[in-house]
Design a protein around this ligand. Structure first.
Ligand SMILES: *Cc1c(COP(=O)(O)O)cnc(C)c1O
Length: 359
């Protein structure tokens, strides 16, 4: 047999398995999950729905019941919605369908690393339009110029890991300026005090909006994401996807979560309040820089971030995400906003590690 690497697709041979750096800790604020979990009343309704789900039958590929709930929520025709095994599958399938063979994908780093990973794996050529190193705002003119001949341009709003919003006016200009598709990743939109680009869907034929139940809906383990776009784009997703990627249990439970979405309102409010509380506490610590965030996490810069990250894990049993090795994010950590107790623990621990007590 030849060397395994020589047998591999070259774009895959250079990859390492994705490592979210999980560790068994008491306080996990590393993956932007919803620490509050699914509200108990919704859990009961989910349990009821799961008990009635037939596991001996293959799932309906298009998840019609869940799709109908999503359509009703967003006030959008079900033909404009496709459900995936997490937003990640949607991103993969977008590049699979539209991005192969050197096609140009435009990306605005620092941002979600999955875009570049999947784009390159599927043979796309990624062109970066870096964000402002101080504010993380998008360089709008540079982006419009770079996107003109791109196959796919990705905008994340709020952006992960910086928390930055992209103006709707930019998305409109971008869709008009490019010959390709525009993916607007709204994984964290429920935490933002700003409108969704879904309102533009009827007028912009090349807009693809991505949403997920992993963050606001506390359903990361259930793996449900979805795209909203023109029916022809949705048909393309339906054609390339693995037909049974979204299992019957996740479809059933997610339909309940979306139907009962009002039950999440208090949790969303707590996370948004927790975000301002935590940002305020961290900003009081000398040497800590906190960026404004519209998502359920905060990006912070502090001295010797990597060793603070290790000591949070090893001495305080708190896991956050270390971005200190990412270009443009030197000495940066990303901290998910958790429950009030978790927020207090991480604020106190960072103050202590930096040698000061909270005032
Ligand atoms: C979490 C996240 C997603 C989707 O996550 P899934 O769990 O796969 O639904 C998409 N985009 C961004 C920017 C995210 O942070």
């Amino acid at each position: 047999m030849r060397d395994l690497k020589e047998l591999m697709r070259p774009a895959a041979a250079v990859l390492e398995p994705y490592d979210p750096a999980f560790a068994a800790v008491e306080v996990n604020l590393s993956s932007n999950e919803n620490s509050f979990g699914v509200p108990p009343a919704v859990c009961d309704a989910m349990a009821h729905a799961l008990a009635q789900t037939a596991a001996n039958r293959y799932p309906d590929p298009l998840a019609p019941a869940l799709r109908a709930e999503l359509a009703a929520w967003h006030g959008i025709d079900p033909e404009r919605i496709i459900v995936g095994n997490g937003g990640d599958e949607i991103i993969f399938n977008l590049f699979l369908a539209f991005g192969a063979d050197g096609a140009k994908v435009v990306n605005c780093p620092p941002t979600f690393s999955i875009y570049r990973l999947y784009a390159e794996l599927l043979g796309c050529a990624v062109a970066d339009v870096p964000r402002d190193p101080k504010t993380f705002a998008i360089d709008e003119e540079a982006l419009l110029a770079e996107a003109a001949d791109a196959r796919i341009t990705v905008i994340t709003t709020p952006n992960n890991p910086t928390g930055t919003l992209a103006p709707l006016a930019l998305i409109e200009r971008l869709c008009a300026a490019t010959e390709g598709l525009v993916l607007v990743d709204e994984a964290y939109l429920e935490f933002a005090d700003s409108p969704s680009s879904l309102a533009l869907l009827g007028t912009l034929p090349n807009l693809v909006v991505l949403r997920t139940l992993s963050k606001a809906f506390a359903f990361a383990g259930g793996r449900i994401g979805y795209a909203l776009a023109a029916p022809e784009i949705i048909d393309t997703f339906a054609a390339v996807r693995q037909p049974y990627s979204v299992n019957v249990f996740s479809q059933a439970a997610a339909a309940v979560a979306v139907r009962e979405r009002a039950a999440y309102e208090g949790i969303l409010r707590s996370i948004i309040e927790g975000r301002s509380w935590l940002a305020g506490e961290l900003a009081k610590i000398e040497g800590v820089r906190v960026w404004p965030s519209s998502a359920n996490f905060l990006l912070v810069r502090l001295p010797d971030a990597h060793s603070i990250w290790e000591r949070l894990r090893d001495e305080h049993s708190i896991l956050v995400r270390d971005f200190s090795q990412t270009p443009g994010l030197g000495d940066c950590l990303r901290i998910t906003v958790g429950t009030p107790r978790e927020n207090e623990r991480v604020a106190v621990a960072i103050a202590e590690l930096l040698g000061k007590d909270l005032p």
